[in-house]
Design a protein around this ligand. Structure first.
Ligand code: MV4
Length: 449
């Protein structure tokens, strides 16, 4: 087993990994930028190393500094968390070259899944359902017209290097195809330095339902059921829940089987997530595979009683998984509390938290790195806490969430607490009848403040 793990991240996920390291008797090393010197992960880790100034490009993304920190402190593994270097093939490779275990995917796996067209053709080979469309990359506009005709409108043009909806265009009729083709390629070229495009049939008002998987070094994989992440705004998830209110036992069995098939086909090692689009007829299609621990992993942990970070560490150390699948025994909801003003188009609201009271009580979990007096730096993402409630039923989990949100006090900055409180009363949320289109129509109600 590892003796010391360096956590190449900040914020709540750094805290999350440190906690499991402590429980496993593994020493932890925090790294931090000068903007994070007062951060909790720096205080709670066994050691801490400053790796540079505030900008991520000079600290949390600076591979040479992180490797140097690992070597100085004699860490034998690096946990990258999510974001930053967690899905960076070069970093995974550099760790390997320095004989430091990267607790994440291999460079080869990251490359293969990072390119969406290559991920999709791999999944077709594996026998995982995918959205009908082009066979790989479309070479030119002439072929684009042809593929669109064969696929049938409406279609979705997608950038192979894409992510976060960049380089993606829905096209409803042939006369709009050329504009979409050209602007999507331009956008992709500018964002990723690559303009390879592929095409799919457009799935209208899909749900985003993902399956958590864990694979081991023997090539075995299991699944831990689903998370419904359909409540998103501009490709940012706001809240997630498990089980999905749209799920049936039959669909869970089929999607779980497909996700395990996907993971075993590529001999996936570690914790991963297979994302699917699910249409109104409960047809499901592979969308992407994430080769990292995800922000929303705690809701799965809550309903299957399983520490995913511990499992990542065990699998990385070569311990085999049991092979059984896990099914939700409870209902869990996560609300992402961001330093953003939901009344002003969710614009960032960094600054000092002058007063903080966190909710607690039965079935309430909070993963956070903030405290009263903490100054949220403007350099990083705006999530300041994850509020997770767990109960026997969905209705109870929602009621618990309302109660917890009402107890949540953050002064000095704006947060998404009022948004979540309104969401928990929204008839389409309460009924579970929501899709990825939900937030397009959502309007904040005025409240007396
Ligand atoms: C789609 C789709 C409809 N049809 N593909 C958005 C992110 C990118 N990775 C894939 N996305 C979508 N792909 C087909 N064939 C609709 C979306 C989509 C979406 C998916 C999941 C969650 C939120 C979304 C919001 C808008 C569009």
């Amino acid at each position: 087993m590892f003796k010391k793990i360096l956590i190449a991240n900040r914020g709540e996920i750094a805290m999350r990994v440190i906690r499991t390291c402590k429980e496993m008797g593994i020493k932890s090393v925090a790294v931090y930028s000068t903007a994070d010197a007062e951060s909790l992960h720096v205080r709670f880790a066994d050691e801490a190393v400053c790796i540079g100034p505030a900008p991520s490009s000079e600290s949390y993304l600076k591979m040479s500094n992180i490797i140097a920190a690992a070597e100085i402190t004699n860490a034998d593994a690096i946990h990258p968390g999510y974001g930053f270097l967690s899905e960076n093939a070069k970093f995974s490779k550099i760790c390997e070259e320095h004989e430091i275990k990267f607790i994440g995917a291999s460079a080869e796996m990251i490359d293969r899944m990072g390119d969406k067209a290559s991920a999709k053709s791999t999944m077709i080979e594996a026998g995982v359902p995918c959205v009908p469309g082009s066979e790989g990359i479309i070479p030119d506009f002439e072929s684009c017209i042809k593929v669109a005709k064969e696929t049938g409108y409406p279609v979705m043009l997608k950038a192979s290097a894409g992510g976060g909806g960049k380089g993606m265009r829905a096209v409803w009729k042939e006369e709009d195809l050329q504009n979409a083709w050209e602007s999507a390629r331009q956008e992709s070229k500018a964002a990723f330095g690559n303009d390879d495009m592929y095409m799919e049939k457009l799935i209208e008002e899909p749900r985003h339902i993902e399956i958590q998987v864990v694979g081991d070094s023997n090539g075995r994989a299991c699944h831990l059921s689903e998370r419904d992440c359909s409540v998103q705004r501009r490709h940012q998830k706001l809240t997630e829940e498990t089980p999905s209110p749209f799920m049936t036992d039959e669909l869970r069995e089929k999607m779980g089987e497909a996700a395990v098939k996907a993971a075993e086909y590529i001999k996936y090692e570690g914790a991963g997530t297979v994302e699917f689009l699910v249409d109104k007829h409960r047809n499901f299609y592979f969308m992407e595979m994430n080769t990292r621990i995800q922000v929303e992993h705690p809701i799965t942990e809550q309903v299957v009683d399983y520490d995913l970070i511990r499992e990542q560490i065990l699998v990385a150390a070569g311990v085999p998984i049991s092979g059984k699948n896990y099914y939700p025994q409870l209902h869990s909801i996560e609300c992402r509390i961001n330093a953003e003003d939901p009344y002003k188009d969710f614009r960032p609201s960094p600054g000092k938290i002058t007063n903080l009271h966190l909710p607690g009580g039965h079935g309430v979990r909070i993963d956070t790195h903030v405290y009263s007096g903490y100054i949220i730096p403007p350099n990083y993402d705006s999530m300041i806490a994850k509020l997770i409630t767990t109960a026997q039923t969905r209705e109870e989990a929602i009621n618990k969430m309302k109660r917890a949100l009402d107890e949540f006090v953050v002064e000095g900055i704006k947060t998404t607490v009022p948004f979540h409180r309104q969401l928990m009363d929204h008839p389409d949320y309460v009924s579970g009848n929501y899709t990825t289109k939900f937030m397009e129509d959502f309007v904040m109600k005025d409240t007396v403040e």
